[in-house]
Design a protein around this ligand. Structure first.
Ligand SMILES: O=C(O)CCC(=O)C(=O)O
Length: 326
């Protein structure tokens, strides 16, 4: 990316944002998709009927921010299923986001005692009406996040709007639009701040397409906020380093959208999982076919914070993940 901006997200800037204004903006982003349906036959980046991609090596490629282009992203996802961009976000920005993630997740901890509206908590009023089964679905989604040590970014519209500004200043809106072939949108459910719970649960292998559907174009940017993965003592991600263009069977798995550890070991005998080391501010890109889980081992000692942002094509999105306009 040659137009990389030096934009930093500071706590002072974040907390100076207009709380009501941010909330109204996020509400209107959600409304923009209330009646909008995805195309029945979008032009898909990954074709499920294509021949399986030959394995090009057991690694996840890495580049610097300056090297990142939509073509490079496309080539690496086509060959390896993922790409790590090193040092994409500054320490100031990751420190601010760590505080934000901690505060947002804590604010969502006890639904019976919501805090007064503030920078880190002010959920849009249309969240329950936008969900397919209104309050039930919203309640289930929030319980799922609470149990997983995560919270939806839209619970804190000031944080959500600050993230969108950060991404736009970084040139990501244009770059991801070029990658997706049309402007990106985001999703209420799959835009998440994470604070890992220790110990980590083992049963987490999944491809996000298993519950989003596969008639979509997607790109996830997973942004670790502290050093993690490998032998760092803080959970990163376990990943199967290859391009997949189908959903792997859920046989023997805990959920119908997950994949058992035995299945991973047997199916990918030549492509055993990797556990990359990530630094705060790296960006890890992959799509809805990439097979991964929160890194599993029993001896983690350090919590890990992260922001997970899924982007979709403005007309090739999973309606069940509650799209919102960018
Ligand atoms: O943060 C994690 O540990 C899991 C993230 C994940 O599954 C995802 O980004 O799809």
């Amino acid at each position: 990316m040659n137009n990389t901006s030096k934009f930093e997200l500071t706590v002072a800037d974040l907390e100076a944002r207009n709380i009501e204004g941010a909330c109204a903006t996020v509400e209107s982003r959600i409304e923009a998709y209330r009646t909008r349906e995805p195309l029945a036959n979008p032009n898909l980046i990954v074709n499920e009927n294509a021949e399986a991609v030959e394995n090009v090596g057991r690694r996840i490629p890495e580049v610097d921010e300056q090297e990142l282009t939509a073509d490079l992203l496309r080539e690496n996802l086509a060959d390896y299923g993922a790409l790590i961009v090193r040092n994409m976000f500054s320490n100031t920005t990751t420190n601010t986001l760590t505080k934000a993630a901690d505060q947002v997740i804590t604010a969502c901890d006890d639904p019976s005692k919501p805090p007064p509206a503030n920078t880190y908590f002010n959920p849009p009023t249309n969240l329950s009406s936008i969900m397919p089964r209104a309050d039930k679905e919203l309640g289930n989604t929030r319980t799922f996040h609470r149990d997983s040590g995560s919270a939806m970014c839209v619970e804190a519209p000031s944080v959500a709007e600050a993230l969108l500004q950060l991404y736009e200043e970084k040139g990501l809106k244009d770059l991801l639009g070029e990658y997706l072939g049309e402007p990106p949108c985001l999703s209420v459910k799959k835009w998440v701040m994470r604070r890992s719970k220790l110990p980590v649960s083992e049963a987490g292998w999944h491809q996000d397409g298993a519950f989003m559907g596969t008639n979509i174009n997607s790109i996830n940017m997973w942004l670790p906020l502290n050093r993690c993965g490998g032998e760092t003592g803080s959970p990163g991600m376990d990943v199967v380093p290859r391009r997949l263009n189908k959903i792997v069977s859920a046989d023997g798995a805990q959920f119908n959208w997950s994949v058992s550890s035995t299945q991973v070991t047997d199916t990918f005998a030549d492509n055993q999982p990797l556990m990359p080391v990530f630094n705060a501010g790296d960006a890890f890109f992959f799509d809805h076919f990439f097979l991964h889980r929160t890194q599993f081992r029993t001896d983690f000692t350090k919590i890990r914070f992260a922001v997970e942002t899924w982007f979709f094509g403005a007309s090739s999105f999973p309606k069940n993940q509650i799209p919102l306009a960018w």
